[in-house]
Each structure stands twice: as structure tokens, then as C-alpha cells.
Design a protein around this ligand. Structure first.
Ligand SMILES: [Zn+2]
Length: 222
């Protein structure tokens, strides 16, 4: 089923050269040797366990990641996020779908897919929310609705990238607002890169506080 979906996806854009080494290629984004350099994470390293304080209880949030955040993937993700290359989502989502298949993820009982939100100012500047572009093919594959309007991001002044782990946590506290009651809803939460886990944990907490039952978190890289 995975293969069928990839083949039948229409209107794909291919750059004609390997985006890492510049070698001429057909119908892909990286040449085969650069593609081999992308490190696919295997169990148990594909899982990250994050400690969360939730309703005065300590809980463990497990996040599944597909690849290691290093070259040549790192530069591709940078170009996806900051250089208006939304078409790369198709390439990246292949890794995410493969990983979900490898771990035998069962989408049954999940109600919808939610991307980690980006503030509307950032979406305006960037042209899109990269997490949403990654979540879309996953939702399509699992035949689940994609909901990009139930959780929104409030404006934050500081960029996360240059902050320490503790500062990141402080920076994202109360950053997300969930606009719907999610009682008994099971959600697949998607983001691009897992760094300290502050963003995805805060998102998880916001969804849980609105009653979400089960939340499966997955990222492209870590
Ligand atoms: Zn190459």
C-alpha cells in the first residue's frame, strides 16, 4: 500500500540534480549515494522519552523519529524550512511513512492528524507550516483527517534555536492554545525536528488538557 501511494502521487516536482552534491539525477531529490548517507533510526534509538509534568503527575512521552538530524538531511531540512522548498515534504514523508511501517504503527482508533502549529506571522513569512506539509501525506496514507485548526501558536518573541534547554522550556510555556474539546480523541502529532522536546511536550500538554485520550508523537528527525 505504501509503494502504491508513492507511485500514484501526481504533480511532483523534482529538482533534476542531487540537492546535496549537485549530480544530475532523474525523479528524486538526492542521488543514491547521498541518500544512503541519511541515517535511518532503528529501535530503540528512534524513540525519545520525554519527562512531562501533567496534572501533578510525572508522565513519560515517547516520540518516534525517523532519521538522525545530520548531513545531508540537516541541510535539506534547512532548505525546506527557510528557503521555500515545500516540495521536499514529499521526500521527507517517505521516511516517516517507512518508519511508521517498520514499527508496525496501527492507525486504527486514531481520529485525526495534527501538525505542531506555527504562529501565523511565521506562516506568512515562510509561506507554509513545515510540520503541516509533513503531516498531510501521513494523514492521506492513514485516511485520517488533517486538522490544522484545533491547536494554534501564540506569538513568541524569541526564536527557539539559540536558547538553552531550560530557556526553551520557559519560552514555550503557554505557547499553544487548543480551541476544541478533545474528549476521548486519539491524535497523531507531527513535527519536523525533535531537539530538546520542549515544543512537542508543550503541544502534548495543551492537547491533553483539553481531554485528548491518546497522542502519538512523531518527527522526521532528531
Ligand atoms: Zn548526491
Amino acid at each position: 500500500m505504501l509503494k502504491k501511494w508513492l507511485v500514484t502521487t501526481k504533480n511532483l516536482f523534482f529538482p533534476a540534480v542531487c540537492l546535496a552534491c549537485g549530480k544530475k539525477i532523474k525523479q528524486d531529490y538526492l542521488c543514491s549515494s547521498c541518500k544512503k548517507k541519511i541515517k535511518i533510526l532503528k529501535a530503540p534509538t528512534c524513540y525519545t522519552q520525554l519527562k512531562i509534568n501533567h496534572n501533578n503527575n510525572k508522565e513519560i512521552l515517547t516520540v518516534l523519529s525517523s532519521c538522525l538530524y545530520k548531513e545531508p538531511l540537516k541541510n535539506l531540512i534547512h532548505s525546506f524550512k527557510y528557503k521555500r522548498n515545500p516540495y521536499l515534504a514529499e521526500f521527507f514523508s517517505r521516511f516517516m511513512l517507512k518508519q511508521l511501517k517498520v514499527i508496525k504503527f496501527n492507525p486504527q482508533n486514531y481520529d485525526f492528524v495534527v501538525p505542531v502549529p506555527l504562529h501565523r506571522y511565521k506562516i506568512k513569512a515562510r509561506g507554509y507550516n513545515q510540520a503541516e506539509l509533513l503531516a498531510r501525506p501521513l494523514a492521506k496514507y492513514f485516511q485520517l483527517p488533517l486538522k490544522d485548526d484545533i491547536i494554534i501558536s501564540k506569538y513568541i518573541k524569541n526564536s527557539q534555536t539559540k536558547l538553552s534547554s531550560r530557556k526553551r522550556k520557559e519560552n514555550v510555556q503557554g505557547k499553544f492554545i487548543v480551541r476544541k474539546n478533545l474528549k476521548n480523541q486519539n491524535i497523531i502529532l507531527v513535527d519536523d525536528v525533535l531537539t530538546t522536546g520542549a515544543t512537542i511536550s508543550t503541544c502534548w500538554q495543551a492537547l491533553s488538557e483539553k481531554g485528548a485520550n491518546k497522542i502519538y508523537s512523531t518527527t522526521l528527525a532528531k
